[in-house]
Design a protein around this ligand. Structure first.
Ligand SMILES: [Zn+2]
Ligand SMILES: [Zn+2]
Length: 131
């Protein structure tokens, strides 16, 4: 079968992060590409628990409600991140995109706060002097 994926590998990772939106992907010729891996994705009870715990996007300062969010694996299951609640957070579509395609990072600090790390640009690498 010959087809080309219409989206980048990073987009696939983002979509695969939350199976409810990625169970079925359409190819450029409308061929159904099944991402599969249903066993690694977020289950119904986990999603409910996430909504209770996070209530909405966990990005600092973001007020998107849970209905606008997707589940995000802090360590992606592609990289052996566990599919349990401590590794899952809710992110709105924009912030989920920023983490996967925009190369931002979001991490949970020891005190439970979420911290974001902007992508390092080539300019920053060059401009950065000794600390
Ligand atoms: Zn994600
Ligand atoms: Zn957000």
């Amino acid at each position: 079968m010959e087809f080309s994926l219409p989206i980048s590998a990073k987009a696939v990772e983002r979509l695969a992060c939350d199976s409810s939106v990625t169970r079925i992907l359409l190819g450029s010729d409308s061929t159904v590409i099944d991402v599969g891996r249903a066993k690694r994705t977020i289950t119904g009870p986990q999603r409910k628990a996430l909504k209770v715990r996070d209530r909405g996007c966990v990005w600092p300062g973001c007020d998107r409600p849970a209905t606008w969010t997707e589940g995000h694996h802090l360590v992606h299951w592609i990289h052996n991140g566990p599919g349990n609640l401590p590794n899952l957070v809710l992110l709105c579509y924009r912030h989920h995109w920023m983490v996967h395609e925009g190369e931002w990072q979001i991490v949970r600090a020891d005190d439970g706060r979420m911290l974001t790390v902007p992508p390092i640009t080539p300019y920053q690498r060059l401009a950065r002097g000794p600390d």
